[in-house]
Design a protein around this ligand. Sequence first.
Ligand code: PA5
Length: 432
Amino acid sequence: MLEAAGVSLDLAGTEAFLGRDRLEALAPRVAEAARSLAHGTCAGHEFLGWLDLPSRIGEPEFVACDAAAARARADAQAVVVVGIGGSYLGARAVLDALPPAPGVGVPLLFAGTGLCSASLDGVLRAVADRDFRVCVISKSGTTVEPAVAFRVLRGLLRQRYGDKGAAARITAVTDARRGALRQLADAEGWETFVVPDDVGGRFSVLTPVGLVPLAMAGVDVRGLVAGARAMQSACAGEGLFDNPAHLYAAARYALCEQGFTTEVLSSFHSGLKTLQEWWKQLFGESEGKQGRGIYPASAVFTTDLHSLGQYLQEGRRNLQETFLCARSAVPGLVVPADPGADADGLGYLAGRPFDEINWTAFEATRQAHIQGGVPCQAIGVDQVTPHTVGALIYMFEKAIGIGGLLLGLNPFDQPGVEAYKLEMFRRLGRPA
Ligand code: PA5
């Protein structure tokens, strides 16, 4: 078991499938990949701004976030965050993992995360009788989903607050100089924050892309960054067995080489569900190219043990599993005694905390899956806190940087996402 920055990594569940010698053999390649990241010589080196980002974020950045949050608290009962993919998932993942207490910040709503009219309509209904602001996040400013949702929301702001009032209620997080949204924001005088050029969308949660909406929502962004910083320092060396990001990356890569080509990130904590979605984007876009990569899937237990559980136990044996565990969620909640006749036969659980039962379910599931032929890693935290979430974010970012390089890929581009867009635009009649 390796522990760093409040996060543990346990490879015991892979031992029947993956010998230490195989991992040791990978150590020089991992060290080489780490060196190429540190020296900026790897493929995609122009997008390595995330690598030392936590240690570069200072008080001025936090103060700017605080000021935006104070403005939101002053005149809004909701902030509609408009963005998609890397310009959305990170903030949503952290918010769902760390929901602020009621009244601490301004509730966030999310728009532009797809093209479904029902979803946008739901947001419009939610702000129908509430004062709101818009935080539009797009590096390019031309991504169709957020851009069309923003047109609708900006129109509503103007209708309700007038041109000047609307302009005072828009925050744009976008490129420093280029891009359609930057031009519009400058022309209209909106409050703006910059998405750094050298940080790709899926690595951008610790830039203003994530920090600004999270601060508005009342999330402890200082704690989040402090956790990421602690993990940055724990993952800075070139070693394998003392570096959680490297060890996780090497184990999943070695398992993939043995035919375990799908990785299921499983959690027993419902608040981590969107973090699992963020992980899927981070890993899927970084590794899924040139016919290679591990397919990233997810499951939320014990709910999904009653649906996907059968497949995980006995389906095609190309699965490796990584458990994302939190030891406790709401420690005080216990199963009550049944004053009646114990009709469900569960009286033996009376007085036991839900967290203890959930942890037992995790241990039992891991053992069953290993016996069923699924190699299992476990990444654990004691509690889901700003510090541990920040540490997990950095650990996953570093791991996928290493993982993509082990596969011989550029982990920082996403050329494949253009294919459907070209066809969609052709069908929609976009002028040439
Ligand atoms: O990871 C990525 O690069 C993508 O998911 C983008 O973040 C997403 O397509 C949104 O792009 P933009 O911020 O330019 O609107």
